[in-house]
Write a protein that binds this ligand. Structure first.
Ligand SMILES: Nc1nc2c(ncn2[C@@H]2O[C@H](COP(=O)(O)OP(=O)(O)OP(=O)(O)O)[C@@H](O)[C@H]2O)c(=O)[nH]1
Ligand SMILES: [Mg+2]
Length: 458
């Protein structure tokens, strides 16, 4: 068997001339971290091939000031804070060390070169620290994914979701389901092993009820799109008749000219998107083509896309022109399956030109900004209603969704199976699918892809 390599990597961004950092952190993990620490922090120890101090390692998990030396020349590269973590009490479960150095380019390059010169460490591959933590049972896959999400999170709500998942909320949910399923499976297997003694009807019913309940919970979880919305952004479509001021509105909210505004009706043809943080909610706001009957083929296509976007959006803003008969347009456009009166918002624009007197709608002047605070407050309110936190943590990744769909379908087949043995087989498949999410059931070729995927800083 190959010896496990001692790996190292810069954990903070590589400093550039334009962006040197105050600090940079280099991490090491693996069986020879203690040697590396001694050779890097004791001058000439590398030449001698051993340490003179006793005990030469700093106390574990305590920051210690040390000079870092070039092992070959003995030159001081920097003086910084060193931490030694003795296995298994480290993030990866292996011996680990952190070098907290000054964030200059020459310091970082000098220290990385020094480690390379030791000859027994290699640069970590993408995701390798996380993978080792997983191998040593320090993390399950959902927690590892949560760390990647936390690093990538841009809004406060995304951060909260990632923290919840990092605390193990999803891990517990999926493992609890698996435990329930495995218990039912044990009963079914007992029935197969002792076919003559019929399963007491009480138990058969309990097993059936258990599977039905489990399947219902998974289906409910699958129907819940909050987590994916939070990761990808809540999608909001701005819709309405031509010339109502939809593009003016997106420019106002985005505080820059993302869309062309003109008095020519039918200006916007394509869907234009901006990513925003509204009250901590990540939002993808989309401007669309004005809705009207048109002879122009390009504009017709724009209208078709606008309608598709409106239908697919989580939230719609209907923009109307206060100088026209906006009540009639509102009545015509707020009917049908795609309009959700509880969350969708009617915006009556151009109130600088015509006063309006109406309740339930937002009065706005996209040119002056009057009414914008009310509009933003309404969007935030709708967003938090749509995303309302329930007791159960939401599903966050397509990878989980796929496995849950497999599990749910297998449970459905188990319930309809004509024989106990077939039901048990389907139940086993369902439990395997659940185990794939947390990594309890290992699929090695999948793991490679997953870890490369959530490698931090890539
Ligand atoms: N006075 C006034 N004019 C506005 C206001 N909002 C938009 N306009 C004007 O209305 C015209 C149409 O604005 P747009 O933002 O291009 O309208 P649109 O809904 O995107 O139009 P299409 O893309 O053609 O569907 C432009 O001349 C804007 O300057 C407003 O609040 N007050
Ligand atoms: Mg427009």
């Amino acid at each position: 068997m190959d010896e496990v390599a001692t790996i190292y990597a810069l954990g903070t961004p590589l400093p550039s001339r334009a962006h040197p950092g105050a600090l940079s952190v280099i991490r090491l993990s693996g069986p020879r971290v203690a040697d590396a620490l001694i050779f890097l922090t004791e001058r000439k120890a590398f030449e001698r091939g051993h340490s003179v101090r006793d005990p030469s390692l700093p106390e574990p998990r305590r920051m210690t000031v040390r000079s870092v030396y070039d092992p070959l020349s003995g030159e001081v590269i920097d003086r910084g804070l060193i931490v030694w973590f003795e296995a298994p009490n480290s993030e990866t479960g292996e011996h680990m060390a952190e070098l907290h150095l000054h964030g200059g380019r020459a310091v970082v390059n000098g220290a990385l070169d020094a480690i390379q010169q030791l000859g027994f460490c290699r640069l970590a591959e993408p995701g390798e620290f996380t993978r080792r933590a997983f191998e040593h049972h320090k993390l399950d896959l959902t927690r590892a994914e949560a760390i990647a999400d936390l690093v990538a999170s841009e809004t406060a709500q995304q951060r909260r979701l990632a923290m919840q998942q990092m605390d193990g909320a999803l891990h517990r949910l999926y493992e609890d389901w698996r435990t329930l399923g495995l218990r039912a499976l044990a009963h079914l297997e007992a029935a197969i092993d002792f076919p003559d003694e019929d399963l007491p009807t009480g138990i058969a019913e309990a097993v059936r009820d258990g599977i039905t309940k489990l399947r219902g919970e998974i289906a409910g979880h699958l129907a819940d799109r909050r987590g994916e919305r939070l990761r990808e952004g809540l999608s909001i479509a701005i819709i309405g008749p031509t010339n109502a001021g939809k593009s003016s509105l997106i420019n106002l909210v985005a505080r820059r000219d993302v869309a062309i505004v003109s008095e020519t009706a039918g200006t916007t043809r394509d869907v234009i998107e901006v990513h925003l943080d509204l009250g901590g909610w990540p939002v993808v706001l989309a401007d669309t083509a004005g809705l009207r009957e048109s002879g122009d083929a390009i504009e017709q296509e724009g209208v078709r896309r606008a309608q598709a976007r409106a239908a697919a959006a989580d939230l719609r803003l209907l923009v109307l022109d206060a100088t026209g008969d906006w009540q009639a347009t509102m009545q015509a456009m707020t009917v049908g399956a795609h309009w959700d009166p509880a969350h969708d918002i009617v915006v009556v624009n151009k109130v600088d030109l015509a006063m309006i007197d109406a309740v339930g709608v937002v009065a706005l002047s996209a040119t002056s900004g009057v009414g914008l605070p009310e509009l933003l407050a309404r969007i935030e309110r709708s967003a938090s209603q749509l995303m309302e936190r329930e007791a159960a943590p939401p599903l966050t990744r397509a990878r989980h969704r796929e496995a849950l769909v497999d599990a749910e379908q297998a449970l459905g087949r188990a319930l309809g199976a004509p024989e106990v043995a077939l039901a048990a087989e389907d139940l086993r498949l369902a439990m395997r699918a659940l185990g794939r999410i947390t990594g309890t059931v290992r699929i090695d070729e999948l793991l490679d892809v997953i870890f490369r995927d959530f490698c931090i800083g890539k």
